[in-house]
Design a protein around this ligand. Structure first.
Ligand SMILES: [Zn+2]
Length: 340
């Protein structure tokens, strides 16, 4: 049993880390509380400390209805069980998680955050990132690694890791030194498309280009023709052009400045069938005055269609520019259902 001085100090601080280690009996009211109880502090002279609820109850005290001191153990068991469940590969919603440990979702969310300092979703995210890093070490094929780690699909993975598992910015600045880039030219209804990918994802998707464009952009990378493993990516890229409403989630490997990456992330949030202006994008990344810079970041995009820079138009509604021709931009938007 904790000494009374330490216990009283914990009560005065409403220190949650002492919950479950003792209870505070209040002789004048006849109730006992957990140390962190939010009720007004009793006078020290009326307080007795007990090792737990049963010891307090044995003297005739009743459990406080506000802090429910007898539930501490149950709460701790629930949080421990939740941590275990969140360490598994199957993603769980808050409702599923709370249900599995026998609590109402909202209540459990608060309880979990209080006990661990993070929300269940944040904890699950951190666990997945950790598993993905382990899997990527063991596994060349990024898509396998992503599913191995329990992500619902590559775009979730990309969003959660913010592309940081892609080539590092310094590697890109260094001309792609150390990277192997494989490429294929594939026919689409908008013309021949260049698809190029590192082992981590698509690093360039463009029209009217061949592999010499890759040598210009990534002069120090090893540039090789596509292998069998790249076929799925190339097919997915074609599907993205032909069926934008069913655009597959494909892993990307892009790196830019923090601002460029923020703009690219924002572009990926524009749903098919909608457009934004450069001013919208600048505002969305928290730099409302950086309209021109947003335009440049848009133009620096290496992965056409999948990072949908074609969904950015002028404020007056006219199409503005497009690296691969206005006709292509118009066709892409038309397919997505944007009124011309
Ligand atoms: Zn209480």
């Amino acid at each position: 049993m904790i000494d009374p001085e330490t216990a009283w100090a914990a009560v005065l601080r409403r220190d949650r880390s002492f919950d479950g280690r003792f209870v505070t009996g209040v002789l004048t009211t006849g109730i006992y509380c957990r140390p962190s109880c939010a009720a007004r502090h009793p006078s020290r002279a009326n307080v007795r400390f007990f090792a737990g609820g049963p010891a307090a109850a044995a003297t005739g005290l009743r459990a406080c209805k506000r802090c429910l001191p007898d539930d501490v153990a149950r709460d701790q068991v629930a949080v421990t069980k939740a941590l275990e469940l969140l360490g598994n590969e199957e993603p769980l919603s808050l409702e599923q998680l709370a249900g599995a440990v026998g609590y109402a979702p909202h209540h459990f969310h608060r309880l979990f955050k209080r006990a661990t300092g993070v929300t269940p979703a944040a904890y699950a995210r951190a666990q997945r990132t950790k598993r993905a890093e382990v899997a990527l070490d063991e596994n060349d094929r990024v898509t396998d690694a992503i599913y191995d780690a329990g992500y619902s699909g590559p775009s979730r993975f990309y969003a959660e890791t913010k592309g940081r598992l892609g080539m590092t910015p310094s590697a890109w600045k260094n001309g792609g030194a150390g990277a192997v880039i494989r490429w294929a030219l594939v026919p689409t209804s908008l013309g021949e498309m260049l698809v190029a990918a590192t082992e981590k994802g698509i690093c360039r998707l463009s029209f009217d280009e061949d592999s010499s464009a890759l040598a210009d952009r990534f002069p120090k990378a090893e540039i090789l023709p596509a292998d069998a493993a790249m076929e799925a990516l190339a097919k997915g890229a074609v599907a993205a052009v032909e069926y934008p409403d069913r655009m597959p989630d494909l892993p990307l490997d892009v790196a830019g400045t923090a601002f460029q990456e923020a703009v690219w992330q924002e572009l990926r949030r524009i749903p098919a069938g909608e457009t934004r202006s450069y001013a919208d994008i600048a505002a969305a990344v928290g730099k409302p005055k950086a309209v021109r810079a947003a335009g440049s970041a848009n133009g620096a995009n290496n992965v056409a269609v999948l990072i949908p820079c074609h969904r950015v138009v002028r404020t007056d509604g006219t199409l503005g520019g497009y690296a691969y021709g206005l006709e292509r931009k118009a066709k892409l938007l038309e397919r997505e259902g944007v009124e011309g």
